[in-house]
Design a binder for this molecule. Structure first.
Ligand SMILES: [Zn+2]
Length: 395
């Protein structure tokens, strides 16, 4: 290229350096912030009136000035670390080279550090960066400074969000409480009426169920566990029983009502029974009688759910992956390790998938981060073990 030759001549380089304001460090006067082009120029500058005045100032409070320059240099350096190398390690001279590209940067010889390595050592000692010995030499790693305004701002935001969520949760709990009380009052009112008719219906149901069971037993060789209508009630009530500890004692209705509506009741108003099972849940089988307890406390994945009967087809994780049909009252939720996927199976977030954030073993509860739906990203705490269940990865 034609212009390459003049581009690389010393004169041309010096010209460009001048234009950029950069020159040899030892020809720079930090006090006057003046870059001289050569030794002669620097000598002339040193004799200039302005420089002499500045040097008198320096003689008076040199320490203070050096401290100020040091601080400015360090701030600049750390700003680069924060902006560009927050999450990676970097050799110190890479950052230094970036700083020196700026026209009016504080020169190293204006600070209290004689060399870059001395400065780097200072960063390590004051806990601003972590020094790492690597194959490629010393590297710096940025450490978060809790006093930095940016860090504080972020912390503030985090706290705000957390308190907002706490308020949300509290409001939600109150709503649920109100709803529950209303339900209980209704149940109390209807309870007497239903008691009379219920006896008959239960018998009918039991008969039907028996005949169904006998059929199944014939096919499956007795693998099926008995799951009568009373089973539905047991599970449906585990929610209300548990949470009503701070409420007046339940006027326990005759096996009829839940929040979802009534179950096992008259055919004229058939509401679906409360079913917490759903596909992909990892559950623990608690049926002791099933195949002489062969599946007791073993885990399996829910393959499909017959929500009407509140039973699930469970593919066992151990053994030969047998598929068994179990009523939800004889299944327990499984709590996975922190960070794994779960599904909320009960309460206001029921049906939401989430990530397990923490496990409060003393309270038998967990905290999750919702990962889908309108509440995506919100942190929900205090969920009882039975309201959250491990989710197998989608196949
Ligand atoms: Zn000067």
């Amino acid at each position: 290229m034609g212009h390459d030759a003049p581009y690389l001549t010393p004169k041309a380089i010096a010209k460009r350096l001048k234009a950029k304001g950069l020159g040899k460090q030892w020809l720079y006067c930090q006090m006057c912030r003046k870059q001289c082009r050569d030794q002669n120029g620097f000598k002339c500058h040193c004799e200039s009136e302005g420089h002499i005045r500045n040097m008198e100032l320096f003689a008076e409070k040199g320490d203070q000035l050096i401290e100020e320059y040091s601080q400015r240099f360090e701030d600049k350096f750390m700003e680069y670390m924060r902006r560009c190398y927050r999450s990676t390690s970097v050799p110190p001279n890479v950052v230094y080279n970036q700083i020196t590209r700026e026209r009016n940067h504080v020169r190293m010889n204006g600070t209290r550090w004689a060399t870059l390595s001395e400065f780097v050592e200072h960063l390590g000692q004051t806990g601003k960066c972590k020094l790492e010995e690597t194959e490629k030499g010393l590297h710096l790693r940025f450490l978060e400074d809790p006093d930095h305004p940016e860090t504080q701002f972020k912390e503030g935001l985090k706290r705000k969000r957390a308190s907002g969520e706490a308020a949300d949760i509290e409001r939600h709990e109150r709503e649920i409480q109100l709803q529950r009380e209303r339900c209980l009052m209704e149940v109390g009112a209807k309870g007497e009426k239903k008691e009379k008719s219920q006896g008959l219906e239960d018998e009918e149901d039991e008969e039907k169920q028996d005949s169904v069971e006998q059929e199944k037993d014939g096919k499956d060789g007795g693998e099926e566990e008995r799951a009568g209508p009373t089973g539905d009630v047991k599970v449906a009530f585990s929610f209300s029983k548990k949470k009503s500890s701070n409420l007046p004692p339940l006027p326990r209705p005759p096996a009829a009502a839940t929040f979802g509506g009534s179950i096992g009741s008259s055919s004229s108003q058939k509401a679906p029974p409360f079913c917490w099972l759903s596909e992909r849940l990892v559950v623990k089988v608690m049926a002791k009688k099933l195949k002489s307890g062969a599946y007791y406390k073993k885990k399996g994945v829910v393959k499909s759910v017959a929500s009407e009967k509140v039973t699930g087809e469970i593919e066992m994780l151990e053994g030969h992956g047998e598929v068994i049909r179990v009523h939800q009252s004889e299944l327990e939720t499984v709590i996975p390790q922190i960070g794994r996927s779960v599904r909320v199976v009960n309460g206001s977030h029921a049906g939401c998938d989430a990530k397990l954030v923490s496990c409060e073993e003393d309270k038998f509860s967990v905290t999750v981060e919702i990962s889908n739906g309108p509440h995506r990203g919100s942190i929900v705490g205090g969920l009882p073990y039975e309201d959250v269940c491990k989710l197998s990865s989608p196949s």
